[in-house]
Design a protein around this ligand. Sequence first.
Ligand SMILES: Cc1cc2nc3c(=O)[nH]c(=O)nc-3n(C[C@H](O)[C@H](O)[C@H](O)COP(=O)(O)OP(=O)(O)OC[C@H]3O[C@@H](n4cnc5c(N)ncnc54)[C@H](O)[C@@H]3O)c2cc1C
Ligand code: SF4
Ligand code: SF4
Ligand code: SF4
Length: 386
Amino acid sequence: MEYITDNNLCTGCSVCQCICPAKAISMQEDKSGFFKPVIDNTKCINCEKCKKTCPANFNDVQSCKSTYYAAQNEDLNTRDLCSSGGIFPLLTDYVLRLNGYIAGAVYDANHEVRHIVTNDKNLIKKIYGAKYSQSEIGTLFKEIKALLSKDEYVLMSGTPCQISALRRYLGREYDKLITVDIVCNSIPSRKAWREYLKFRAQFDKQTLLNIAEINLRSKSTGWTDYSYNTEFHYKNGNITHLKASNDPFIQFFVKGYISNKACENCKYKGTRGESDITLGDCWGIWKSIPDFDDNKGTSIIIVHTDKGKMIWESVSKMADFKEYQEEDAILYNPSIINNNIVKDDALKNITEKDFRFFVRRQRSKRRISLLKNTAKNTIRRIKNIK
Ligand SMILES: Cc1cc2nc3c(=O)[nH]c(=O)nc-3n(C[C@H](O)[C@H](O)[C@H](O)COP(=O)(O)OP(=O)(O)OC[C@H]3O[C@@H](n4cnc5c(N)ncnc54)[C@H](O)[C@@H]3O)c2cc1C
Ligand code: SF4
Ligand code: SF4
Ligand code: SF4
């Protein structure tokens, strides 16, 4: 087998690897730092299962009628641990009450992102919070299938393409499978993430090995108007903050400079109904319902299926929420349906130096605008004296 799908459409979802009966596929990072399948033709038996399962090769999903809510977890401490309104923990608690399992993205010991499935409450807390780098799926889909086959409840959370991939792998509905995806701008490269970690440790006058914990969506400077910051905890007790608007990684990410090429052609987001519920930031709530915004994070909840509706009705008792207009949601958060613009070839050159260059440029921009303001004020004062 030479070809599973167009490389530019491959999301790195790992379904081909999981489905291959000959164990002929391994997922390896390409030059840009995204997982892509590599086929060992000495093992391949040409069954074409990989090609026939790959989500990138199909366009057969119908859109559905979805309902929108703006919501906040009533428990402020839990909300603070999460990126937006802290609705994800309400869903995980729901599944834990059913003795089920949660699958989602965590940082490993080297601060690389990977998916796990667990029913351990402490590990589930590590799934909270957005991690902006492509997650390693590994054998996750097989583990989920094994749990569903034992009639266990499983909540799978991830990007819309990962949910689509799991569904293709399973190939049938399971009553006890709950799928939750995120509003997904795009997914950044693992290589860019590593370069950023090196830059950040140096910038903070620390070492890579000294990094203890990372929170890319700290609300210590607020949430409203994108005022969050990135927070690094070091083993020596130091905690550093960088405002998102000054953090080169966040800025490269939101501009699409370090994202997967497949995100340019994303067909997984929107109201396709492959997930039961979609969670995102309710950006713009400070304009659409200003009274509801408390600067501590509000989620947008998009309920797609009857299962999602039933679960939302149960967990929303622990949330403050309002029905929300689809138009407002999309107006202020176009990532719900739109693809991100990815700048060609920008990623090839991303190194730790580019992060430093960005910070230097931001600083000189600030200095120039400070000088301009001082000059303007001086001229105004001179005019007033005359
Ligand atoms: C790469 C990425 C891009 C995003 N882009 C947007 C956007 O453009 N607009 C928007 O409104 N929201 C976006 N989000 C979602 C948002 O940041 C919150 O994760 C979401 O609102 C849920 O918030 P919460 O407070 O309910 O729970 P949280 O605790 O913050 O939820 C965490 C959830 O995110 C999943 N997750 C975290 N990192 C990854 C990863 N690398 N890969 C797969 N799943 C992951 C976890 O499995 C878990 O389900 C993005 C998230 C990620 C990870
Ligand atoms: S054709 Fe079959 S054996 Fe070959 S890589 Fe694909 S799934 Fe594996
Ligand atoms: S999109 Fe997924 S299934 Fe298709 S080739 Fe890429 S990793 Fe394999
Ligand atoms: S933008 Fe689309 S293809 Fe890219 S990670 Fe998100 S869901 Fe997957």
